[in-house]
Design a protein around this ligand. Structure first.
Ligand code: NDP
Length: 434
């Protein structure tokens, strides 16, 4: 059966889905209203702070701006246009359950550089005004991204009913995600009903994954640095410490755009509210928190601290990048002479699992590097408030949950070979510790 009914609901089913949708939206509110240029940046502890946040939330209409929504929609459409017209090779994704393979245009990096060139042109011709507008209308843009991502999720959910999902003679059927076919509209809307919603060659999930949100994050960071320069006359070393690694991370993601085709998001998860909101709203708004904070609270670090954070960040990035690249290179061509020093086990499924090099140190050393890299960017904000460390706390939960899902998947796929692999590589994240 191509689209079996979903029997196991993740995130505790409907109550959990509702909790995630309201909870993540509430976090956006709480973090904005507790950490801004008017109120400073304090963890809300007192009743008066909470009543201020609740009053702001009740006054949400003040943050709904047609102008911001129009600009946001133009941003999305601009990148969608580049998706079609930017040159780039086309790669095929993994083989789907029905034996087909979808084609994806690898032009994200070119789209980014072209867009960045347009920003540079705008800066030269108009000056800082558009960037200051972005920094000053941050929350209106976040609200616009929320509306857009929710409407997009609603659209793809309804669109998934355009054709039958059970085999029907003479008719094309819609390929559903394993987790998105519960029949409950709230849960399926949240988790993503269709595996790869597409209009023609436009793939919603692949497009949203790395473009409007990731590039929007770079644009927000740039705008906050310009804002700080405009207000305080210079860009602080803390701002550079926060945004340079983040921009490098975004570019790195786009350089390795093809690797996204084998991630869980593309191969397994449906495209619903969770990914639509995560890609378009959560990533740019919460990941740019450090730069937003520094725009109104410039911190000046000593040279020693700056060097320490920069080296710590660079070392973490190398763990993340080298471990991911080692696995990618091995999976692409295990016979590459450059990899002949690596040891591996061959599983009954035919796949090979590395047991030396980075992957012999810990089963998810790449997550460790990624998390430490994020921590370095939080450290760039100094130690005046715990609020700017939100990313580290959230990312830890995300990676632990992702690790749990991946371990379950691999245990299921490799069975006794996975047990053998775990004996050979007993540590999860940090060698000799955990
Ligand atoms: P991984 O890149 O760790 O891939 C896990 C898969 O790799 C497993 O399912 C298995 O797949 C294969 N594998 C596991 N062990 C081995 C081994 N020893 N040898 C060879 N193959 C192995 O997972 P993700 O896709 O979750 O993460 C990729 C990167 O993206 C990470 O660095 C992560 O930190 C980052 N990330 C960042 C996020 C962000 O918001 N910034 C969000 C999510 C991820 P198979 O079935 O093919 O064997």
């Amino acid at each position: 059966m191509l689209n079996p009914k979903t029997t196991h609901r993740e995130f505790f089913g409907v109550p959990g889905s509702l909790a995630v949708m309201t909870g993540t939206t509430a976090v956006l509110y709480v973090w904005y209203f507790s950490c801004n240029e008017h109120n400073g940046c304090q963890l809300p502890m007192s009743a008066s702070q909470w009543s201020h946040i609740l009053a702001s939330a009740a006054n949400y209409r003040a943050y709904l701006s047609l102008e911001a929504l129009t600009y946001y929609t133009m941003w999305w459409l601009w990148l969608a246009l580049l998706y079609f017209i930017m040159p780039g090779i086309t790669l095929k994704g993994i083989k789907l359950r029905d034996g087909t393979q979808l084609a994806y245009p690898m032009n994200g990096l070119r789209s980014f550089f072209f867009t960045a060139a347009v920003w540079a042109f705008v800066y030269k011709k108009i000056g800082t005004a558009p960037f200051l507008w972005i920094a000053d209308h941050y929350f209106q843009l976040v609200a616009s991204a929320w509306i857009f991502s929710t409407l997009q999720a609603l659209f793809v959910y309804l669109y998934s009913f355009r054709a039958p999902s059970v085999e029907t003679p003479g008719k094309d059927i819609v390929m559903l995600a394993h987790a998105g076919n519960s029949g409950n509209p709230i849960y399926d809307f949240f988790i993503g009903r269709e595996l790869n919603p597409r209009i023609g060659s436009f793939d919603f999930k692949f497009f949203n994954e790395l473009r409007p949100g990731i590039m929007g994050w770079v644009l927000l960071n740039t705008s906050f640095a310009i804002k700080q320069h405009t207000v305080y006359g210079s860009v602080s070393n803390s701002m550079w410490l926060a945004i340079v690694p983040q921009i490098a991370y975004c570019i790195d993601t786009l350089v390795f755009e093809d690797k996204v085709l084998t991630t869980m998001d593309i191969t397994t998860d449906g495209f619903g509210w969770m990914l639509s909101f995560g890609d378009l709203t959560w990533v740019p708004s919460m990941y740019s928190l450090q730069a937003r904070y520094l725009a109104f609270h410039p911190v000046h670090h000593s040279t020693w601290f700056t060097v320490f954070v920069a080296v710590f960040g660079l070392a973490s990035f190398l763990v993340f990048r080298l471990s991911n690249s080692e696995k990618n290179a091995f999976r692409t061509n295990p016979n590459d002479p450059a990899l002949k020093h690596l040891k591996y086990i061959t599983t009954e499924s035919g796949s090979k699992l590395l047991v030396s090099g980075w992957w012999g140190m810990a089963r998810h050393i790449n997550y460790t590097g990624d998390w430490m890299f994020g921590l370095a960017q939080c450290m760039a904000t100094g130690f005046d408030t715990p609020m700017t460390y939100f990313f580290s706390a959230y990312f830890l939960v995300l990676l632990l949950h992702r690790n749990y899902r991946d371990e379950c998947k691999c245990r299921d796929k490799y069975k006794k070979d996975w047990i053998r692999y775990c004996e050979l590589v007993p540590y999860l994240f940090i060698p000799f510790v955990i």
